[in-house]
Write a protein that binds this ligand. Sequence first.
Ligand SMILES: Nc1ncnc2c1ncn2[C@@H]1O[C@H](COP(=O)(O)OP(=O)(O)O)[C@@H](O)[C@H]1O
Ligand SMILES: [Mg+2]
Length: 197
Amino acid sequence: LNKDALRKIYQAKRHAIAADARQQAAMAAATLLIAQPYFSQSEHIACYLAYRDEFVTEPLIQAIWQARKICYLPVITPDSTLQFVRYDQDDPLLPNRYSILEPQNQQRKIKLTALDIIITPLVAFDRQGHRLGTGGGYYDKTLAGLRAKSKKPLLLGLGHAVQEAKEIPVEPWDVMLDGVITELEAACFIKYLNIKH
Ligand SMILES: Nc1ncnc2c1ncn2[C@@H]1O[C@H](COP(=O)(O)OP(=O)(O)O)[C@@H](O)[C@H]1O
Ligand SMILES: [Mg+2]
């Protein structure tokens, strides 16, 4: 199946998840994430606020703050890439052109290579670390070329277990996930995630 066909299938699966299951999943994923060594060793963590049916992140953001780490949220730039801006508790948020809430203080943006982890939403993922997004290619464009130079930031997909596909077609610009967090597991696709440094 091609990407468009897979998007339709996995968007429908994601849409069918009940509201209470979403909240349960969000709490379970947060508990799983904070137990990972790579989480303990991180300080600067980019997350997102759920748009439409995306995996809920409020418990995860709370967990980041509670662990005294610094949280960042994506802000869409005019060239359709993402910048990551610091988000502290009670910081004001304003909707962008998609009605997604964004922090306002652009002076608090962080360099990509200074981030330890980027948590991305997804429509589908597979065990090879392929990620299917909504089709905007935002994370692909933002992270293009970056991962070749350094292990940082770790790229983790966040989604429901039902969003796992057998195989997602990959195109040259697709960035690979280092791991995925679901309500059932924190899975690593690369070896160094399992190693304590
Ligand atoms: N590094 C890049 N530079 C320019 N355009 C890109 C880049 N990465 C992706 N794109 C564009 O984004 C579009 C969507 O990418 P795709 O991988 O299908 O979406 P998604 O990652 O959201 O599932 C592609 O058609 C491609 O042209
Ligand atoms: Mg892509």
